[in-house]
Structure formats: structure tokens, C-alpha cells
Design a protein around this ligand. Structure first.
Ligand code: NAP
Length: 295
């Protein structure tokens, strides 16, 4: 039950049953000695999003996270967009001030998680996927100084659209200008005669849900990991799991040296959202401890 003065936060989305965000944000409240509540707010369809936002604002909610499938749906409902949301083209955080402003903490959250892996910025980055998380990954690796990028998509035309959109404004261009080579490949072309880039791949990022719901990994992806793995190679799966993920297991077998799942990104994007809502940045240690205890 919320008390007067409690900070009210929540997560707007669908199928939120297994979300770890309430555990993370409760840990932030506890770490900082703040009184508040973080609710899961299931919205059945996109048509219900505008009235839900109005109701939550009127009920005193200070802010929300937004997840699948509403990261784009909320855009027309917002009074303003922070630069981070404009760059990402999607919103994962809303602050009611009292009108709603949209932010995106996925890019900075991922950049911070990647930074912690102490990457060199050398070699080629392969990003699997062309959705919101892939977009965040492309920008994050560019800010970390990687110069060569390969986006792998089951629909390369869609991936081309993502890269073109990122290049649309001068500001974005300068951000991803570090990437002097940004290529596109289909999953089918990952292995076989046309695949010529394996030797110089230093980092692979999975920004698709592959491995999230079941353990099936397509054969050509397995072969790709085998051909790329080895000392000095790094794999980051944005999917996260209790003890790694199916793809982090594949990467381990393939000999990748540094391997991480999406848990640290989840914590980092949450820290940044919490700061937007409260002005205070938790260090996240208590959240990590509680997530480990849950595992
Ligand atoms: P999204 O916008 O729906 O994009 C999903 C992407 O994956 C699309 O490019 C889609 O291709 C591709 N894809 C889906 N199933 C595939 C398959 N079987 N084979 C090949 N490609 C496939 O989702 P998102 O927001 O980018 O999220 C992607 C993943 O990252 C999710 O698992 C999500 O949970 C995770 N994520 C983690 C964090 C974190 O904090 N750790 C944050 C954000 C996202 P099509 O375009 O062809 O459909």
C-alpha cells in the first residue's frame, strides 16, 4: 500500500510476469533510504496506452519504464523528448513533470555495461538484430570507438532502414561516424563462401530474442560462433537468464574469452532511469546481490 509521499514508479508493457525491474528498483529505494513503490502495469493493447498514461499521471506516478511492445507506441503521447530518446527513436523511460517527457536509457546503459568489459575498440563488431536493442548497440559501440560494424538481420532491407535512419541527421552522423565500415549481412550469409569477415571480429552482440524462450539455436549461428571464437574475443548477449543464456553457453564452448549476458545492461539502464525520476544515482550493488539471490 502506498503511503503519502511515496515515490510511485512502474513498468508499462505486456507479459510482465517475469520482469526483474521491480526487484531492481526496490533495491534502489532501499539502498538510498527512499520510500516508494515500483508496479508492473500490464496494458492489454496499444489503444489503451494513452488513457493509462493519463490515469497514472493523475494518480501521482512520478515516472515509468516502458517495455515491449510499447517503446514506440508512447511517442505521440509525450509532451517532450530528451535527446537520448530522439537518438534512439524509442522511449524506455517517462518522467511526469507533470507533463510526460520521454527518455531512453538503453544506449547509455549498454555503453556502460560494455565499458565495464574493458573492450579495446579494435576489430569488427557484429550486431545480431535490427530492432530497438540493436539500434542501441550500434550507437553504444560507436561511442566506444569501434570503427567497423556488421549488422546481421533476417531482413537486411530492414536493417538498412535502421542504419539510414541513424545517419539521417548530422548529429547522429557524427555519433556513428567512428564506424567507417557499416555492413549488412543476413543470417544465411554468416557462414559459407560469402562470409569473409571472421578473422577480425572482436565483439559479437546478440540484440535478438534468440535463446530467450527456448534453447534452439539455428545451425548457421552455431557454426558462426565456432568460426569466430577464440582468445581475446568477446560476446555480449542482451538476453539475460538465471545462469547465463543458451547463447552465452554456445560462446563459452566456442572459446570466447569474455562473455556477458544482459543483466548488467538491465541494471545500468535502470540506474539511469532512477536518477531521472529521483535525482539520485544508486550504485546498484544491492540490486546485483538481490538478483543473484533470486537466481
Ligand atoms: P525488437 O525491437 O522486437 O527487435 C527484435 C529483433 O530481433 C528484430 O531485429 C527481429 O528481426 C530479430 N529477431 C527476432 N527473432 C529472431 C530470430 N528468431 N532470428 C533472427 N532474428 C530475430 O526487440 P528489442 O527491444 O530490440 O529486444 C531484443 C532483445 O534484447 C530482447 O530479447 C530483449 O529482451 C533484449 N533487451 C535486453 C535489454 C537489457 O537491458 N538487457 C534491453 C533491451 C532489450 P525482425 O525485424 O526480422 O523481426
Amino acid at each position: 500500500m502506498a503511503q503519502d509521499g511515496d515515490i510511485l514508479l512502474g513498468l508499462l508493457g505486456q507479459s510482465l510476469g517475469h520482469s526483474l525491474s521491480p526487484v531492481i528498483h526496490q533495491a534502489f529505494f532501499d539502498e538510498l533510504g527512499l520510500s516508494g513503490r515500483y508496479d508492473k502495469i500490464e496494458v492489454p493493447d496499444a489503444a489503451s496506452v494513452p488513457s493509462t498514461l493519463e490515469d497514472l499521471s493523475a494518480s501521482g506516478y512520478r515516472g515509468l519504464n516502458v517495455t515491449i511492445p510499447y517503446k514506440l507506441t508512447v511517442l505521440p503521447q509525450l509532451a517532450a523528448l530528451d535527446d537520448s530518446a530522439t537518438l534512439a527513436g524509442a522511449v524506455n523511460t517517462i518522467k511526469f513533470d507533470p507533463t510526460p517527457t520521454g527518455y531512453n536509457t538503453d544506449i547509455s546503459g549498454l555503453a556502460e555495461a560494455l565499458y565495464q568489459l574493458d573492450l579495446s575498440g579494435e576489430g569488427r563488431v557484429v550486431v545480431l538484430g535490427n530492432g530497438g536493442a540493436a539500434r542501441a548497440a550500434v550507437i553504444a559501440v560507436s561511442t566506444l570507438g569501434f570503427k567497423s560494424l556488421q549488422v546481421v538481420s533476417r531482413d537486411p532491407a530492414k536493417a538498412r532502414g535502421m542504419l539510414d535512419q541513424l545517419l539521417q541527421t548530422a548529429e547522429r552522423q557524427s555519433l556513428i561516424a567512428n564506424c567507417r565500415q557499416a555492413g549488412l549481412t543476413s543470417f544465411e550469409q554468416l557462414v559459407g563462401p560469402g562470409a569473409d569477415f571472421h578473422g577480425d571480429v572482436s565483439l559479437v552482440i546478440n540484440a535478438t530474442p534468440i535463446g530467450q524462450k527456448d534453447d534452439h539455436i539455428p545451425d548457421n549461428l552455431l557454426q558462426f560462433f565456432k568460426s569466430v571464437g577464440g582468445p581475446g574475443k568477446c560476446f555480449v548477449d542482451l538476453v539475460y537468464g538465471k545462469a547465463g543464456t543458451p547463447l552465452t553457453g554456445v560462446a563459452q564452448q566456442a572459446g570466447f574469452e569474455r562473455i556477458a549476458d544482459g543483466m548488467e545492461m538491465l541494471i545500468q539502464q535502470a540506474r539511469l532511469a532512477f536518477k531521472i525520476w529521483t535525482g539520485q544515482l544508486p550504485d546498484g550493488q544491492l540490486a546485483r546481490k538481490r538478483l543473484n539471490e533470486k537466481a
